[in-house]
Design a protein around this ligand. Sequence first.
Ligand SMILES: NC(=O)c1ccc[n+]([C@@H]2O[C@H](COP(=O)([O-])OP(=O)(O)OC[C@H]3O[C@@H](n4cnc5c(N)ncnc54)[C@H](O)[C@@H]3O)[C@@H](O)[C@H]2O)c1
Length: 257
Amino acid sequence: MPLSGKNVIFVGGLGFIGYECCKKLMPKNMANFFVFDVLENADNIKALQALNTKTKVHYIKFDITKKESIKSAIAEVVSKAKYIDVLVNGAGILTDPNVELTMNINLIGLINTTFEALPFMDKNKQGRGGVIVNIASVLGLEPCPPAAVYCASKFGVMGFSRSISDPYYYKITGVAVVTFCPGLTETPLKNNIGSKYTFEYSKKISEELNGTKTQKPEVCGAHLAQVVESHENGGIYISNQGTLSKVTPTVYWQPTY
Ligand SMILES: NC(=O)c1ccc[n+]([C@@H]2O[C@H](COP(=O)([O-])OP(=O)(O)OC[C@H]3O[C@@H](n4cnc5c(N)ncnc54)[C@H](O)[C@@H]3O)[C@@H](O)[C@H]2O)c1
């Protein structure tokens, strides 16, 4: 979907992967670009705006763990832009000892943001169709013994994302849902993984995981920007060690009638 003239929200847009993607989206002549983040970084917002004056960049301070914050941020977008065309859900943390925070940011917050934004995207309601890109992880596809809680949150994102990308919904809403799965990427999220493990005795295997080959956030952000433009309902993509590839999930069960 060409992004020209569109209203785009990027949740977690000041993060490492997020910001790299934001920079790649700026030349696309979006009408309004809303960067949601709990982080504040006026210089980075100014730098984004300087990349293209045709797009109006708005920063909205946003805490995904708080429903009121989600509601007011979406209301602010709608008051300024009327429609939401693209929603990228990119907030995430890795801190297995804090189960509730992990789930609240990585999964529950992502679901609540999607539900709040959807009526302004749904062509059957107040929207004009569009695309939602959910950032899961390769750890939403495969188990991760040292980061079991993070992994559970990302499997949750995968299940939610795949379910709402059902063609039945897409036909009604005109909103495509795509899932993006980064492999290990050099950002602070994976720093000190030794202090973010599931059990005390996970330390050894978490250090091994930390030794896995990585990619730069610039590469991952550029792949994400490509996926945001793809508008391919049900698409699942992996960005790993510099390569973007498509995933076809294995189907183990289907309803029988
Ligand atoms: N770095 C990796 O190796 C890797 C691998 C797979 C998936 N991911 C996923 O990619 C996404 C981006 O991660 P990153 O590596 O760039 O990390 P990052 O820490 O740089 O970015 C995460 C962003 O989420 C924001 N955030 C955290 N808590 C928030 C809250 N309560 N409300 C709103 N925003 C909040 C942060 O401020 C930050 O901007 C995350 O969903 C992460 O789980 C990262």
